[in-house]
Design a protein around this ligand. Structure first.
Ligand SMILES: [Ca+2]
Length: 166
């Protein structure tokens, strides 16, 4: 009997681990996950990482989504990015013709969460967007950055009956 209990307990812990590893959280019809590791060194790699999860980079179209994502961030997992701490790619990118920022679905980013003074488009080379957390200073507000930047990323996928929600 004791052995059986042990087995149930181990199975339970294992499932818990899987659920955490999966790490998808739902909000308003979408699942989101923040990929903390490995840190990617370009927007393209972040896109690829989301595609591998049957997802796209997160389109943070509303303040509600922004607030939800901020509330779920694991601050402790954001500590060891040496080059530029605490940056996380989202799905906004500058359209090089109009210079406006667009989401991965081509809609324009009308509601934005820029940090004060951003976007700066420094050296005319900052066409991607990250949330940045440097404690209360930047509070996950957005920065335009080079698309070859070391950062984590957030993926989203629409919830459908095909996807299990953990
Ligand atoms: Ca900038």
């Amino acid at each position: 009997m004791q052995m059986e209990m042990k087995l149930i307990y181990i199975t339970f812990i294992f499932c818990l681990h899987l659920a955490n590893a999966q790490g998808w959280l739902s909000f308003n019809g979408y699942n989101y996950t923040v990929v903390y590791t490995p840190i990617v060194n370009s927007y393209a790699d972040a896109e690829f990482g989301c595609a591998a999860r049957n997802a796209t980079l997160a389109n943070v179209k509303t303040t509600e989504i922004q607030n939800f994502l901020v509330s779920t961030m694991d601050r402790n997992s954001l500590k060891d990015n040496a080059e530029q701490p605490y940056s996380i790619y989202i799905g906004a990118r500058r359209n090089l013709t109009t210079l406006e920022f667009q989401w991965t679905d081509g809609t324009s980013a009308d509601v934005t969460q820029w940090y004060g003074g951003e976007p700066t488009n420094s050296k005319g080379n900052e066409h991607c967007v990250t949330m940045n957390w440097n404690g209360a200073i930047t509070g996950f507000k957005w920065f335009d950055v080079s698309c070859n930047y070391n950062a984590r990323y957030i993926c989203q996928r629409k919830i459908s009956s095909k996807h299990l929600v953990y």
